[in-house]
Design a protein around this ligand. Structure first.
Ligand code: ZN
Length: 136
């Protein structure tokens, strides 16, 4: 068996997402809030998926949410995560509305469990994770 190379498959950053990734590197989770319908969205998009308006302002998210679903990775296909298995990836409904995905960094699992967003770093790239409320 050969060793898997380490290395994160870097997220694709474009004009819409570069500021989001930059803020995440500073520990801030951002949302876009539509100028017309007021709904929050994430990931960043050039227009509102609900009403089609291109106007939006950037607002910080509370970071609080509830677990919607999860999967446990037992064999990672991402070289940067080989050796970390098993690990759990959550689908979290933020209190503001958007559903985001990130690794469970601390705590236990249950549907509807309250979690907080936390940043972690892999190969110099800041990623989004979650901790169960009341855990580390
Ligand atoms: Zn809208």
């Amino acid at each position: 068996m050969t060793d898997q190379p380490r290395g994160l498959i870097a997220p694709v950053m474009d004009a819409d997402s570069a500021a989001w990734w930059g803020a995440l590197a500073e520990g801030v989770l951002l949302l876009q809030q539509c100028d017309v319908c007021g709904r929050d969205r994430c990931p960043p998009l050039p227009c509102c998926p609900y009403c089609g308006s291109p106007g939006a302002r950037v607002v910080p998210a509370s970071g609080a949410g509830s677990v919607y679903s999860w999967t446990t990775v037992r064999r990672s296909l991402a070289p940067a995560f080989v050796g970390d298995e098993p690990y759990t990836v959550l689908a979290v409904n933020l209190d503001e509305g958007p559903r985001l995905f990130g690794r469970l960094l601390a705590g236990s699992l249950s549907s509807g469990a309250r979690v907080w967003a936390r940043c972690y770093e892999v190969d110099g790239q800041t990623l989004l994770g979650f901790v169960e409320a009341g855990a580390a």
